[in-house]
Structure formats: C-alpha cells, structure tokens
Design a binder for this molecule. Sequence first.
Ligand SMILES: [Zn+2]
Length: 439
Amino acid sequence: MPSLTNAKKHPSQSSRGLLLINIGQLLTLRLPTPGPRRGLQLKELGIVEDAAVLCLGGKIVSVGRTKDALRDPWLRKNRKKIVEIDYERQVVLPGFVDSHTHPVFMNPRLVDFEKRISGATYEEIAQAGGGIRSSVAAVRGAGKSALSEKVLQALREMAAQGTTTVEAKSGYGLSLESELKSLQAIRDAAKRWPGTVVPTLLGAHVVPTEFQSRPQDYVDLVCTEMIPQVAKRKLAQFVDVFCEKEAFSETDTSRIFAAAQQYGLRTRAHVSQLSAPGEDFIPSLLREICPASLDHMDHVRDEEITVLAKHDTVATLVPGANYFLGLDKFPPARKLIDAGVAVALATDYNPGSSPTPSIPFVLSLACTHMKMTPAEAISAATMNAAWSLRLQDRKGSIEPGKDADLAVFDAEDYREIAYWVASDRCAFTVLNGMLQADH
Ligand SMILES: [Zn+2]
C-alpha cells in the first residue's frame, strides 16, 4: 500500500495540492496528435516509469520522473505545504470516464433477474410489465432527496472502482415532472460528490403506459415540454433516445434530436442494441446531426462502420449489458477499431441490464469477450469516453492543465486492472484534486 505523508489528516483538501511520487507505471494517455483515439493509437498509453504528478487547485500542473520532480526548485521550497503520497511502484492512470449510466432508480429489478434466468427475453419481460416501466412507478413515487441519495451512492461506488467522471441519464420518470425531478436529483448528488457529472435527459427511454395508445403525443411532450424546460433550467447537457422497435422509431429519434439542437443541447443515442435500424438511418444521422456518441452498436453493419470511421461520433460499447443479459454475442469491437472508429467503453449502470458500477470489470469483459487488448480498453474508458462527452480538453489523460482526476491501482502492471476479474484493486482516486483515500 502507498504511504501517505500528511494525507490522513487532510484526506480531501485540494487547496493544499497533491504530489504523487514513485509511481511504478504512470499511464499519461498523452499523444502528440489531437482527436479521439483510433486504430493503433488506442494501444499508446504514454507510460512514464518512476513517475511523479503534481496537482494544485484541482488541476494537474506537472508530470514527469520522480527524481526530476524532487529537484524542482519550487517543489523544494513548498514541499511541506502539499500532501505527498509515495506510491511505492503502483499503477496510476487517468480517472475512468463512465460515459453511459442510468443511476436514477430506487430498487434493483430482482423479479426480472429471475425471469430472465428461467428463459424470458428482454422483450417478454417488458411485455409482462417488467423492464424499464417497472422502475418508473418507484421513481414517480419517490421524493427528490431519496433519488438523490441513490445517485450519490452509485457515484461513490463508481469512484471506489476508479471512476472520476460520470455521465448520468434520467429516464425512469417519463413525465415532465418526474424527468425534471430525476435531473434535479442528479444535480443535487453531483454537488455532494467531488467528481464530475454530465447530466443527460433520456425522456425518450420508453413510451410510458398512459401514452401507449398515442405514442406520438409522448414524442410531442418530449420535444415541446421536456427539452425546452430542461434547457431553460440547465438541467442537462445531452439528450439521449432509446432508438429501438420497442421504444422510439428512427423518425422519432430524428425529431427529438432536432428539438435538442434547437435548444442548444448535445445528442447521443442508444442504437442497434436489439436490432439494426433502417440502412440509411445511421449515415443520415451522422450527416445531419453528428451525435457525440452512438451507444451499444451490437448490430452495426459494415457499411455503417465505414461511415462512422470518418466522424468524431464515438461508438460507446457497453459489454456489461451483454454479460448480464446472458448473451452469446458482444458488440464487434475489433471490427470497429480496425476500421478506425473511435470506440469508448462504459458500464451502462442500470437496474435492468447492467447493474455494475465497475469499469475494471467492463475492461475485463472487453478483453475476454470483445478481443480488445488491455491498453485499447483503457484508452476507450478514459480518453475516448471523455471525447464522447466532449470533455476531451479537461478529462481522459494526465497532462498539465487538465483536471486532477486520477485512479491508483494496487498493481505493478496496468494489464492487471483487466486481468483480475471482479477484484477491487483500486487503492485511491483523486477527483478534481480531492483525494479519496477511504473507499
Ligand atoms: Zn443505456
């Protein structure tokens, strides 16, 4: 375990600054070329051995070798004023960016879990009143502070596994009031957590029961009430749509995205998870809207991959959902990467299909089930995930000027992070300069 000097007395003081020394492997993720990581770039982790990182005021101010850092005249003068941690040869990397999560729900879906074990499909569970709709009643009935507590608990669990930035979707309210309440719960939780939260409106998750016979009226509600209200109150940065046969059509998706753009909100979509959309849909979406991210992509076609490789739209893969749903097939990560698509990885933390807060587990799945290398998986869950949230200037790599978001793993080699399955090896996280020493 690393030894802390001064840190125990001041576990969360960013103002004092932090000096990390004797890091065995520092994964900077620094590359000379800008843009999301594609192809062979995903394997370049910018490793510095015997490294040191200095953070002040929540930002990274210098990165280099320990012996050089300790000779620095400023540091020699000010060393007593900062919290110093000797990492005794551990691995330090940029805090993970979990770019796809659904944390605003009250209860685990244990009945669905058992139904699926006995053979029911996702669609059958939804038709039997389970699935997303079964989380809606609890969210509608819950107070904002109870929801906020749930979100905060999820954020803390994520941080305990190395995550420092989280995209958090609403989507279990499905009424103007309950979607606003869900986004306010995210905002309240974010204020009480030292990491960074990016809120997303997912009013278009499924059509709620009361709109079943008139789904277009619900799309109207999303476009003409939810999006304007959310934009006015600055409650979300993104608008997401679950584009799928059981949820929203391609036409609905385009309409909702047009409304999002009109109100200055960015876009991302769940697409090609259970089935492929029409052949022209993804190319025209890229041409006309260019969403920041298209997520799941299990059924992506070769022609779509070719077009996607020419855009900065990130393909966010969430293999935790495939694992939890017990699927044999996983998204075609190799094909996407080899074609030059910018691929990210995220947990898809949600009560129905991926109840995991753990990016290390997702990295493991990416390696074993999608044939990504540990280096590719780490790039996908840091730099490219930051790109998918358009936070690439602040997050995803360890460079002077970026936010002081770090994850420290009890390992000698970074490949161990993906190797030890379901094993919590994250020793510390630093979130915007705040050291979280006690998980
Ligand atoms: Zn999702």
